[in-house]
Design a protein around this ligand. Sequence first.
Ligand code: SF4
Length: 417
Amino acid sequence: MAFSQFDRVPNHYAGNLIQRIKDFRLEEGKRSLAPTRLPIGQLEILIPRHFGFCFGVERAIHMAFSALEEHPDRRIHLVSEIIHNPLVNRDLQERGVHFLFDEHGERQVSEAQLGREDVVLIPAFGTTLEIESSLQRSGIDTGAAHFREHYDTTCPFVSKVWDRGEQLGREGYTIIIHGKFGHEETQATHSHTMQHTRTLVVRDREEALALAAFILGQMGEEEFSVCFAEKWSPGFDPRRDLERVAVVNQTTMLAEETQEVADILREAMRQRYGTERLEHHFADTNDTLCYATNWNQNATKALLAARPDLAVVVGGYNSSNTLHLVEICSQQMPSYLIENSGELLSPQELAHFDIHRKERISSEGWLPTALPARIAVTSGASCPDVLMNQVVEKLAEFYGYGEAEISAGLEQLSLVE
Ligand code: SF4
């Protein structure tokens, strides 16, 4: 297997055009958040300063491919999707990796079918203690140092959240996890944190407001139960367990929303217990978003200032960080989430994921017919560069441009100041 220049990700995930843009940014505007302009004839492609594979995803992919190389004679399993990108997951499956759970959480390989000689990889989101125990019953030693080093791809930024939850739990706070309850990372954080304290998962601003209403006595217990539908740790008693709270979050949430959730809860505690005792009732901590979420979201906001005509965001439909990039772009322009260039059906029609209806739809008249045009292209933290590369090439093709114009454009890269 050939790996890229960083010796982490297989070469077939890289894209020449995108690599040229990354190389350019290492030389110029390394510290600036200004997007890069790639002129292709009269078409301008704008690429944000930060996009694509993050540290944790590169590390997970590297560990998975290394396991395949090192153990050609052993069965290799993944607890579930290693990251939320269909190309990468399919690629691993085609190389013989089996998933223990499908995308709906249904078990595909039973405990009895696993043996101690099998290799099991924990995905980048981490996994629950229940699944770790199940693996141990099958003879897989998930506690061993070599397991953590070679087969546990849990991103260190995720385990950092678990540590934070543990520390705050030990200080006596109930942990409010701002995250999507069904998401593997939130499931894992919930499972690890509830070993130390009570936990409750809050999805968004609306749920934070509902929680605040309960804290302030404006909502009854029955309504609380309906609203949070058991998204809490066993034995959770809202009357007892909401006197002291601290917020941690899924690492890929929208930064503003996390801030809003914390602000709503802080204000509820202030109203309920007063300003003097606020620190005792609400742990004022920084968010636990990871660096990649912050970088990608900030770079995407900087892209808006350049006023593109539309945005194409490339990534998995179930990728939380990618969905948030689409949300940011949608504040200002038509924005389309696609998995790959195959969804750019023609200059008139594209297939894409509607983030509000949560389904794949097709849209017509999506591309400006007249030139000059300015299109923003970006990708989520789990998207291989090759997919973004193909999208830029296809967009150029729709305007009648080919290799010659792209090569000329790569010689004229600049920053959008
Ligand atoms: S998005 Fe953040 S937490 Fe998730 S794998 Fe990447 S670096 Fe780790």
